[in-house]
Write a new protein. Structure first.
Length: 349
């Protein structure tokens, strides 16, 4: 270390967003980004949420953090037998975790055998922490305990990549890692025209052709969206998250459906949101201020602060995603907006 960079990333508060469901009320969101058009784009989605009675409905589906350990067995048969034994001893292994942590709780064990290699994926709840270090500490204790009970196994690695951390994989969407959240909004036909300058039919068609078909031919992995990563990075930087987790966080699916006489049902499903309100980076003054202002500090029972933050993040993603797709239904609008907004920012600076 030769010094610290103190140049801040440009940050603005956007909103408020009107939320209901598992996260309710009106909340402003900080976005740290060099892409200045992101602020008014998310702002348009936030404005729309305030014009709809239920706003953006948030559903928190699941929450867990994972760490996969790697053991080396003498044979494939030994690896299979050990894996089955571990899955049957989850209560015993859960007690090992509780001896090492006040907050971590073991909730699931999944195993995979490749040749004579045994991969064991532990899933834990971690309270208000994102849980990277917490699950690694728990995994160390579990490995020690397992190696004592299974002398035929040898240590392979504390992390076997079956977790899977900061990599685009299928396993996280299937088995879960982080907070799984769905944000949805139902927009009356008149507001789609007035606020988005589009229609439900055009947005649904674009979502199918661009996000679903386009992502498929590109080889996307459990992902069909326009730009989740933009909103995720902006919120992550402003709230002290590990920004590298946007790799798996941006794996999500945008869904759009026409209802009634032209109303638009629009949702964003984000199964791998890794966020926390305590831990590394959360004691920085600007992060403390942001989390406090968003109502994510002292939000209630352990885990409720991070759960609220995950819901807010998902709703923010929806705002930016809907705004961008609506713009792309109109030829020339996206580029024209960028030119106007970025030139204005350059002039102001």
């Amino acid at each position: 270390m030769t010094g610290e960079l103190t140049t801040p990333v440009p940050t603005r508060w956007v909103g408020p967003l009107h939320l209901s469901g598992d996260v309710a009320g009106e909340v402003e969101v900080p976005l740290a980004t060099y892409e200045s058009p992101l602020w008014p784009s998310v702002g348009r989605g936030a404005r729309l949420s305030r014009l709809v009675p239920d706003g953006i409905r948030v559903s928190v589906v699941d929450e867990r953090m994972t760490r996969s350990t790697l053991f080396i067995a003498p044979t494939a048969a030994a690896a299979v037998a050990a894996g089955r034994d571990l899955e049957d001893r989850i209560e015993e292994l859960g007690a090992v975790v509780q001896d090492r942590s006040r907050h971590a709780r073991l909730i699931e064990i999944d195993t995979e055998v490749v040749g004579h290699l045994l991969f064991v994926r532990f899933a834990l709840t971690t309270g208000d922490a994102s849980g990277h270090n917490m699950v690694t500490l728990a995994a160390e204790g579990l490995m020690d305990h397992i190696l004592r009970g299974h002398p035929e196994l040898a240590y392979g690695s504390i992390s076997g990549n079956y977790c899977s951390d900061k990599k685009a994989t299928a396993v996280n969407g299937i088995l879960g890692r982080g907070r799984s959240v769905v944000a949805e909004i139902e927009v009356p036909a008149g507001l789609v025209v007035e606020q988005l300058r589009s229609s439900a039919d055009r947005i649904v068609a674009l979502n199918t052709r661009k996000n679903l078909v386009g992502s498929t031919i590109a080889g996307a992995l459990r992902s069909a969206n326009a730009h989740y990563a933009n909103m995720l990075l902006a919120v992550y930087l402003a709230t002290g998250q590990d920004a590298a987790n946007i790799v798996e966080g941006s794996q999500g699916i945008t869904y759009a459906e026409r209802r009634g006489e032209g109303d638009l049902l629009f949702s964003c499903t984000l199964p791998n949101l890794i966020v926390g309100t305590v831990g590394n980076g959360k004691d920085l003054p600007f992060v403390e201020e942001a989390l406090e202002r968003m109502g994510c500090r002292d939000a209630g029972a352990p885990g409720s602060g991070a759960r609220r933050l995950a819901g807010i993040v998902a709703a923010t993603v929806l705002c930016g995603e809907l705004s961008l797709l609506a713009a792309q239904t109109n030829q020339g609008e996206l580029m024209a907006s960028h030119l106007v907004m970025e030139r204005r920012s350059a002039t102001q600076s």
